[in-house]
Write a protein that binds this ligand. Sequence first.
Ligand SMILES: Cc1cc2nc3c(=O)[nH]c(=O)nc-3n(C[C@H](O)[C@H](O)[C@H](O)COP(=O)(O)OP(=O)(O)OC[C@H]3O[C@@H](n4cnc5c(N)ncnc54)[C@H](O)[C@@H]3O)c2cc1C
Length: 601
Amino acid sequence: MSPQQEDHDAVVIGAGFAGLISAHRYLDLHPKASVVILDRNVHVGGVWSKDRIYPGFYSQFVLGISEYSDLKMRKPPREECIGECFRAKWMSDYLQEFAKKMIHDGKSLQDRLRRAEIVNVTRDQSDERRQWRISCRDLTGHEYDRTLTARDGEVHVGVSGRVSTKIYIAQKLIVATGEFSQPNIPHFRDHTKFGAPVIHSTNFGETEFLSRPEIKHVAVLGAGKSSADMLYMTLRSFSPDTQVHWIIREDGTGPGFFAPIDLPSPYQNTIESANTLAMGLIQPSMWHDDGWWVWLLHRTWIGIWLVSSLFGAIDTSAKQRANYHSRGRQAKERGFDKLDYSPGIFWQNSPGGMLHHKDFWDVVSARVIVHRAHIKSTSHHTLHLSDETSISCDALLLGTGWTTSLTFFSDELKAELGLPHDPTFCSSEQKAEWTTLETEADKNVLQRFPILSNPPLHTLKQPRTTPYRLYRGIAPLYDRTRSIVFVNFFLSGNMIMNAEAQAIWATAYLSNSPHLHLPSLEEQKRDVAMQVAWSKRRYLSIGQLGNFAGFDSIMYWDMLLRDAKAEGPWRARGTWGVRRPGDLGKAWRVVMERARKRSGI
Ligand SMILES: Cc1cc2nc3c(=O)[nH]c(=O)nc-3n(C[C@H](O)[C@H](O)[C@H](O)COP(=O)(O)OP(=O)(O)OC[C@H]3O[C@@H](n4cnc5c(N)ncnc54)[C@H](O)[C@@H]3O)c2cc1C
């Protein structure tokens, strides 16, 4: 039987922050278009969906700047917040509400959602109206099958019964599958002998792990925020006689950095202050226009000293709270001092995040045994580490991060679209061209920002693939018909506002807006090369894929809105004003108003 097939004007893959707002913005401009949203989760929300959250998951952004412009989030009660950060449940509920309330042509975003797991996407360039062919496992009727399971290196929703294949054909394709949706599951020798639960943070919210009485020994593998969250919940849920190990690879980028959420700030909190142009200007950001203040802050010793001191103060505060080296003999024997991170937060070389719980370090230093080693092999309920220790373990929690979600494109198509791919798929001419462009861009980066030329000693994690080479982090360089965009693959510090800013640009692009000026191909390439060279220098290991701008959100969004000629309302906030989602909404209305006038509505 041939698979079922549906044709649509646009297909959106992914129903997280990025997919929902992209579908909504696209429909704002094309209300009659036939649009579907495909996602393998049962609920909308991606990382924040009901399928994934757990009680100890709190936002790292704060109320008021963590919503879309078209719907205000209800204020969670105080007991649901730590500072201005709130429990993930509130974001899940908010995104579900958004999906139900955003209605176009009588249909809500929720009505357009289809449960499907994408396995393959191909392109037919000969037919512009039916360019994209999306093959899925149709998960309709499998609402109880939710867990992602890894088999032979591939991660899929584990399904109890049969699934059929379904094909979606689309003229426009919006890819929004996220950088945090495909769990990275490491393989250990003899892993089949282990016999105890192995739970990745992606599935942590679904398991009943925290209420299992038989668990007496737990190990958490990984250095970043998800590991810290799972560790804290384990410590808080199990009795003090449960032994807890924190394992961090000795050959990786080292322990993560954890900044306190309550650092002093002239604004309501530090996260808000990061949403001002003033903070943007302090960053050595590739999107600065050259001016006297860029020269002063980034090319004079006094400016560089100022910027370094500001970040140095954050590190001092983070390290004082942790007190890695002076917590007494017993903490040292448990290896607590091995959690000290380097280089500093400015460089973002290792994974990290904001620390919500004030007693985190006290609890960890009192109870956790830290190992800097990798897991060599396993035997029955035991982990064998590279430092020759063996530890009993009734559950292994993996905070081992994520791999690319773009598994459904072939390497050839990835190379064509400018997505990370195996370098052997590049021709020698392409390799030479990018090497020349990126070398030139690198010189430019170092000349503009001397602070980046001399990073502290660090272990650099280099990817096995090429970097992202998308224009503005969103659009392929070679797509004459403007048929595909990638939303939220270029990362910044506030991913919901990032998604909305990118969705504005992406919609204008897909709609061939005459106001979205694209420079010549040569200029676009130089810009992409700059993006890659800058991201690599600025954010070391985390920037190696050329898609990270953690501290540079404001400058990046400003540039996207300038491209769409909609920066007016955004700019009106001046240097010191906090940019809020409503400002993106006002910018969008500029785009809409112009489109309306053009079409004479
Ligand atoms: C634990 C955690 C905490 C975080 N906290 C914050 C925070 O506080 N603030 C912040 O700004 N960012 C945070 N982030 C970063 C996070 O990436 C963003 O918050 C946000 O979720 C990104 O949205 P997205 O739509 O790009 O991707 P996602 O939320 O990952 O959504 C992608 C969607 O695509 C679907 N999908 C993927 N592959 C397929 C496939 N093959 N077939 C069908 N569907 C598919 C997934 O099911 C998912 O629903 C956090 C990330 C994690 C993991």
